[in-house]
Design a protein around this ligand. Structure first.
Ligand SMILES: NC(=O)C1=CN([C@@H]2O[C@H](COP(=O)(O)OP(=O)(O)OC[C@H]3O[C@@H](n4cnc5c(N)ncnc54)[C@H](O)[C@@H]3O)[C@@H](O)[C@H]2O)C=CC1
Ligand SMILES: O=C(CO)[C@H](O)[C@H](O)COP(=O)(O)O
Length: 304
């Protein structure tokens, strides 16, 4: 199969690498020329615009967008639109708002798949978890690509109609926020509690057989190993928050109580308004290191 990939950052380059590794052809474009050169080094055919990418794909185009959610998706689609028809398939693998995906699916001539992607840069080796919404025929057509990008056939599935893939990923992220918050609270208590504990040792011990072992807990262990048990210079201002905000908004609309997810989101908002003396809340600092661990989001540092 031949796949066009638009957006070659942390996540898009992994899509390129894994699809090529599985024996498919890739045409690649990014606004950043260096990113295009990296994809070309990996064996992709470079394109110098979205339109050039569309023209190189010929008939029955299969295109994967891996750009930031929002305007960048609409900009890429606007450029693609004159070149698309009903036999073409566009996948949006980013963290788009599900209602935007429903709108895009309604307005594009191509079959549109909204694909929630989880696994972060660690997916380069492991593959991703992919939650796909949209027409069944388009999902089935792209199974070879999903097999390559995901951990394997078990790592992807069609969730339902347009919007459902990004809806499931939105809720996934809400869960992610709450899990980070609860690990953060536990380690904050241990860091300030009665014993002088080595938190890397605690995390490692928990990761080996404990009920609460998980990948996020492995990333806690990595954080303490790399930053020290006091998390060194990691600051307590936590960025991000869009997917968690959408989760809480949707929960309000559906009258489903999600106090843990809300609290985790509120901690982030509060972290941006407080900014006092000293290192700040340990739980928030751990959240920052975890966001780096799973997503390579920049770690804010405080001056010593
Ligand atoms: N980093 C992570 O762990 C995860 C990210 N995501 C989502 O995947 C998407 C991509 O994320 P990352 O790769 O981390 O971002 P990134 O910032 O590393 O890469 C985005 C790339 O898109 C390019 N770009 C922006 N607008 C463009 C346009 N109009 N045409 C062509 N290229 C354009 C940029 O130059 C950049 O290379 C986002 O929606 C993000 O929320 C989803 C799951 C995990
Ligand atoms: O989707 C992800 C992980 O699953 C991304 O890393 C996302 O950026 C996380 O959300 P936030 O930036 O709000 O912490």
């Amino acid at each position: 199969m031949q796949l066009g990939v638009v957006g070659l950052g942390r996540m898009g380059q992994i899509v390129v690498d894994r699809v090529i590794e599985a024996g498919h052809d890739v045409v690649a474009f990014d606004l950043d020329e260096e990113a295009v050169a990296t994809a070309a080094d990996a064996g992709a055919t470079p394109a110098d615009s979205v339109v050039d990418l569309a023209e190189r794909l010929g008939a029955d185009k299969r295109i994967w967008l891996m750009v930031p959610a929002g305007d960048a998706v609409d900009a890429a689609l606007d450029d693609l639109e004159p070149h698309l028809d009903g036999d073409d398939i566009v996948v949006d693998g980013g963290n788009s708002y599900f209602e935007d995906s429903v709108r895009r699916a309604d307005t594009t001539d191509a079959a549109y798949l909204d694909c929630g992607t989880s696994g972060g840069p660690a997916g380069a080796e492991l593959g991703f978890s992919l939650m796909v919404g949209g027409p069944e025929w388009a999902y089935e057509e792209l199974v070879p690509v999903f097999d390559a990008v995901a951990t394997g056939p078990e790592g992807h599935d069609r969730m339902g109609p347009a919007g459902s893939g990004h809806y499931v990923k939105m809720v996934h992220n809400g869960v992610e926020y709450a899990l980070m918050q609860t690990y953060g609270e536990g380690f904050e208590l241990l860091a300030n509690g009665r014993y002088d504990l080595d938190l890397e040792s605690v995390a490692r011990t928990w990761n080996n057989g404990a009920v609460i072992r998980s990948w996020l807990l492995e990333l806690c262990e990595e954080a303490f190993a790399e930053e020290g048990t006091d998390l060194g210079t990691v600051a307590d201002r936590v960025e991000g928050g869009s997917t968690g905000t959408w989760t809480v908004q949707e929960a309000l609309e559906q009258e489903v109580p999600v106090p843990l997810i809300y609290q985790a989101l509120a901690e982030r908002f509060d972290s941006r308004s407080s900014g006092g003396e000293g290192p700040g809340r340990f739980s928030r600092r751990l959240a920052n290191r975890l966001r780096y661990g799973f997503g390579r989001h920049e770690v804010p540092r405080r001056e010593e």
